[in-house]
Design a protein around this ligand. Structure first.
Ligand SMILES: Nc1ncnc2c1ncn2[C@@H]1O[C@H](COP(=O)(O)OP(=O)(O)OP(=O)(O)O)[C@@H](O)[C@H]1O
Ligand SMILES: [Mg+2]
Length: 208
């Protein structure tokens, strides 16, 4: 099976930048790659994403939020990620199930066991081969994003975002074989170099 690579981290940590750079670099090597992003990436997922991010005035309880992210994820896994992997494509995803563990588990303080159970139904057995955690102090990430319009989750208070950062570090340390923690405050090219090295190492393990 080709690699399934995910990018995780708080707001403005550089996930989309690095997911794009890695995708282009793999493509330049002749690797067939599919880049996806959560929430969204399907017709249903895009509608759910819109509701989760911009559904102003609609109250969404933490458990409903968990289920909505997972409904979007289930659709993406079934219709996009699994078929791509089955066709031999490497898949790069800008966020995946670990985002729910951290945002709905650590951030919203739902039980980690129930968040894991819900995500595992949605992920249908799919576990990333490598997950990059781009770690940046929360204020740093927000400062980078500047004054762009903020969505419902970005608007959460500072404590929520600090729990997210700590949650990511705890999740990554608990599964060191899968996660690669990178200091996301380093220059873009340095971060990209470390990511490339880790992907190459994983590919050479695969080919023995
Ligand atoms: N290593 C870096 N050093 C400095 N600035 C960076 C770096 N990586 C990304 N940026 C800039 O920081 C901003 C946020 O980056 P990006 O959108 O990739 O983060 P993200 O994690 O995808 O954010 P979001 O949470 O909004 O999805 C962008 O303006 C980007 O150009
Ligand atoms: Mg992004």
């Amino acid at each position: 099976m080709p690699l399934f690579i995910t990018f995780e981290g708080g707001e403005g940590s550089g996930k989309s930048t690095q997911a794009g750079l890695l995708t282009r670099r793999l493509e330049a090597q002749g690797v067939s790659v599919l880049l996806t992003c959560e929430p969204g990436g399907t017709e249903l997922g895009d509608r759910i994403s819109n509701l989760l991010k911009w559904g102003d005035g609609i109250s969404i309880s933490p458990i409903a939020e968990l289920m909505l992210f997972n409904a979007s994820r289930a659709e993406l896994v079934s219709r996009v990620i699994k078929p791509a992997l089955a066709a031999g494509k490497t898949v790069v995803s800008d966020r995946f199930a670990d985002s729910s563990l951290v945002y709905q588990g650590y951030g919203r303080e739902l039980s980690l066991a129930s968040v894991r159970a819900a995500s595992s139904i949605a992920a249908q057995g799919l576990i990333p081969d490598i997950t990059f955690l781009l770690d940046v102090p929360t204020e740093h990430g927000f400062a980078r994003k500047g004054s762009a319009k903020t969505d419902r989750i970005e608007r959460e208070h500072a404590d929520f975002h600090r729990r997210v950062r700590d949650g990511y570090l705890a999740a990554a340390r608990a599964e060191p074989d899968r996660w690669v923690i990178i200091n996301g405050t380093l220059p873009e090219a340095t971060v990209a170099g470390r990511i490339w090295q880790a992907v190459q190492a994983r590919l050479s393990q695969r080919t023995g």
